[in-house]
Design a protein around this ligand. Structure first.
Ligand code: FAD
Length: 449
């Protein structure tokens, strides 16, 4: 499910407000879940183990926040739906609106994609800025409380563990229970819900793991005010290396070097520069020569695999419990999907509350969330299987699809309509099936370079 197929958020669909919802984790998925739950519950509490910064700073519970984060159009539109004026606030806080049709260069399959005449707005900021603007909007809701420095310890249930009735937390050294009518696990990739299910007599979700051995190495550079350029170099087999650099707030740009299957950029400056030299375009080396590095060190983040927990396949689930965001599925971030998936899932949570109500909410929600994850998972893991070392369950037809997409992107070096169609899939505006539409397919399959 993508921007063109999702039903948009409509606050008039929910009027009843009672009960208490508790969200564990105040990162993007938790904040967005809290936002939609605030329409239907009298009070919403978010518990977060980190001490939350006042502004746009990194924090230990979200270690990926030091790395490049792209907000796809789908996520941006959802955020604007949920928080009217979100993108204006983001740009007022220093984020940039760029025109992808002008400022965004994408290198793949041996060349840059052609540029078209159609404007494609894109919002660039650091991950901490996206989160802090979101957090401020959620904190401003009169029925939402964010408790930081408050660690979730476990679920509280009725005797048979059929209904979750709250959580136990540890806050500033003290343990306590908090009652809740609904608990939402937004603790990210390390979520312990599958283990809890198993320990309490439930079937845990079947889990797909696609091993990719990717790692990100990231620095922050100074940026001239007029420099708004964004660049992505997608790894193209047999080369395993790629990079991305985007302008961010504060006259800076973030630069990430990435490699598949153990081919990782070193975290010492010379090794980092050598890796940059080995990329198929000279642009990154030029950046490193021309701009001062402002980050203290080179941040490193290993991403061994894509991981999808198929909650939508379960037939039984405790009452009063939900899971959202990376706790359901975390993807190879090269395609920049996680925050947008969290935002689309929030819209699906809103529709589930409006349509199915709270009783037995989990299974209908997981079914809807699964449709969001399907598209992102197929795109991300499909491309990962271009490398023979990638292991795990292959989406059906991956080989043929990858050959078709390789031809499409090569033709898109000179055909801007193909480049635009490809971009709209990457921005999660529309699904990958759109690339097989006859209007596109004939441009791909017709003879010629
Ligand atoms: C290197 C990297 C780059 C990425 N790049 C992009 C990108 O370009 N675009 C994009 O859209 N997405 C990207 N993502 C994905 C994106 O970061 C996530 O999808 C997004 O943050 C949503 O995650 P989440 O909120 O589900 O979980 P997380 O961000 O992992 O947050 C989990 C939260 O739960 C809290 N928590 C955990 N345990 C407890 C506990 N016991 N008690 C209380 N609190 C707890 C944590 O402190 C944290 O705040 C990237 C990810 C990585 C790893």
């Amino acid at each position: 499910m993508t921007l063109d197929t999702i039903t948009r958020y409509d606050p008039d669909r929910i009027s009843r407000r009672d009960g208490h919802a508790l969200v564990v984790g105040a990162s993007m998925a938790g904040l967005l879940a809290a936002r939609v739950l605030a329409d239907g519950f009298e009070t919403v509490t978010i518990v977060e183990k980190d001490r939350l910064p006042a502004g746009a700073n990194t924090r230990p519970g979200v270690p990926q926040s030091r790395h490049i984060h792209v907000l796809q159009r789908a996520g941006q539109e959802m955020l604007d739906d949920l928080f009217s004026g979100y993108t204006e606030e983001l740009t007022e806080a220093g984020g940039l609106e760029i025109d992808a049709a002008v400022d965004f260069d994408v290198y793949t399959e041996g060349d840059f994609l052609a540029k078209g005449p159609v404007r494609m707005p894109m919002y660039c900021a650091s991950r901490p800025l996206f989160e802090s603007v979101t957090r401020q909007r959620v904190a401003a809701l009169e029925n939402v409380t964010i408790r930081d420095h408050c660690q979730f310890i476990g679920l509280v249930t009725d005797d048979g563990a059929s209904t979750v009735e709250g959580v136990t937390v540890r806050s500033r050294g003290d343990g306590r229970e908090i009652d809740a009518d609904l608990v939402v696990d937004a603790t990210g990739r390390t979520s312990r819900t599958p283990t809890w299910l198993e320990n309490n007599g439930y079937t845990p979700p079947p889990t797909d793991v696609v091993t990719i051995g990717v790692a990100y190495s990231t620095i922050v550079l100074e940026r001239d005010a007029a420099d708004r350029r964004a660049l992505v170099v997608f790894p193209t087999p047999p080369n395993r290396r790629g990079c991305a650099t985007f302008p961010i707030e504060g006259g800076r740009r973030v630069l990430t070097l990435a490699g598949y299957h153990g081919d990782h950029a070193p975290t010492d400056p010379d090794g980092f520069a050598d890796f940059a030299d080995s990329l198929p375009v000279p642009d990154v080396r030029t950046l490193l020569e021309d701009q001062e590095v402002v980050s203290e060190d080179i941040a490193f983040y290993p991403i061994p695999s894509n991981r999808r927990r198929r909650y939508e396949d379960l037939e039984e689930f405790p009452e009063g419990l939900l899971v959202v965001g990376d706790a359901i599925a975390s993807f190879n971030p090269i395609y920049g999907q996680g925050m947008s998936v969290a935002a689309l899932e929030a819209a699906q949570l809103h529709h589930t509350l409006a349509t199915d109500g709270r009783d037995g909410i989990a299974l209908p929600f997981f079914e809807r969330a699964g449709r969001v994850v399907d598209e992102a998972w197929m795109l991300s893991t499909g491309a990962d299987f271009k490398y023979p070392e990638t292991s795990g369950p292959r989406p059906f037809g991956t080989g043929v699809t990858n050959r078709y997409l390789a031809r499409l992107t090569r033709k898109a070096h000179s055909d801007w309509r193909l480049a635009e169609a490809f971009g709209r899939v990457g921005f999660m505006e529309t699904g990958a099936a759109s690339l097989f539409h006859p209007r596109i397919a004939w441009r791909v399959l017709k003879p010629g370079r």
